[in-house]
Ligand binder design. Structure first.
Ligand SMILES: Nc1ncnc2c1ncn2[C@@H]1O[C@H](COP(=O)(O)OP(=O)(O)OP(=O)(O)O)[C@@H](O)[C@H]1O
Ligand SMILES: [Mg+2]
Length: 258
């Protein structure tokens, strides 16, 4: 049996009268790319929020590498090895691209970028190594040519990829991407798909929220489908493509129009 890196067990999350997640269970296997799809408001981002300690489930539990996350805080979960990107880009706009990635690495270590600049030589050396590692990640993501530019001055597609670089800098085992290709044209989407494969091939496990069916079907090993906070299907891309409940909920329009 392949190892489960993350298990979501009967998770329910209510916000007042809204049941954002309703008894949702699924797992992610080490080394796979799992797609998480569903119509707007289905509970996909809420799933990320529960997995990363932003919200505590009303009931149910999440286990990472067999350990219940319990009431662990966000930074503790980052250190355990879960990293995420946000549906709405959240970079430090005035900091350069490379500094944004170094901040990601700081989430793992105890040294801070600012501290490293003013403290001992050892700290300065660590800062230099951190900068080199951050540059490597920018190269990996194909955005190193703009390493010294403030994040706010980067083209939109670069900002999206910078978010992924920053998440990778935390040294995760599980990388969760919340609509990383939102607003991309078809070429940019195809490039991102390649990058996500490359990331997986480097040994990361990937959880991908994505609305573009072609992208999801092309890159994922398995797909979980949510609708109104409930899991309505789970299976291989070809199983999901043919699942009547999914077609009704989500693929009710021809794939080209999705
Ligand atoms: N902090 C919150 N307070 C109240 N309701 C919330 C909160 N966060 C999410 N919800 C509600 O929970 C439901 C699920 O939202 P969620 O953002 O997880 O959907 P989603 O699947 O990510 O949708 P989208 O595709 O539009 O991003 C929605 O009805 C949403 O309004
Ligand atoms: Mg969302």
């Amino acid at each position: 049996m392949p190892e489960k890196i993350l298990e979501i067990d009967e998770v329910t999350l209510r916000f007042g009268g809204v049941t954002a997640l309703d008894g949702v269970s699924f797992h992610i296997t080490v080394g796979e790319i799992l797609g998480l799809i569903g119509p707007n408001g289905a509970g996909k981002t809420t799933c990320f929020n529960v997995m990363t300690g932003v919200y505590q489930p009303t009931s149910g539990s999440v286990r990472f590498e067999g350990e219940p996350l319990g009431r662990r805080k966000r930074h503790e979960i980052t250190r355990l090895g879960i990293a995420r990107t946000f549906q709405n880009i959240r970079l430090f706009p005035e900091m350069t691209a490379v500094e944004n990635v170094m901040v990601g690495a700081d989430a793992r270590h105890h040294t801070s970028v600012v501290g490293a600049l003013v403290r001992s030589r050892r700290h300065r050396q660590e800062e230099q190594e951190g900068r080199e590692k951050a540059m490597e990640l920018l190269r990996f993501m194909g955005i190193d040519s703009r390493a010294g530019d403030a994040a706010r001055n980067l083209p939109y597609g670069y900002q999206r990829r910078l978010e992924i670089a920053r998440a990778l800098a935390t040294g995760p085992k599980l990388l969760c991407l919340d609509e990383p290709a939102a607003g991309f044209n078809p070429n940019e989407k195809a490039e991102l798909l390649e990058l996500i494969r490359k990331i997986r091939d480097q040994g990361y496990t990937v959880l991908l929220i994505e609305h573009d069916m072609r992208l999801v079907m092309g890159v994922t090993d398995r797909i979980v489908v949510l609708e109104f906070g409930r899991k309505i299907a789970e299976g291989s891309p070809s199983e999901i493509r043919e699942n009547p409940a999914v077609i009704a909920a989500y693929l009710g329009v021809p794939e080209d129009a999705a």
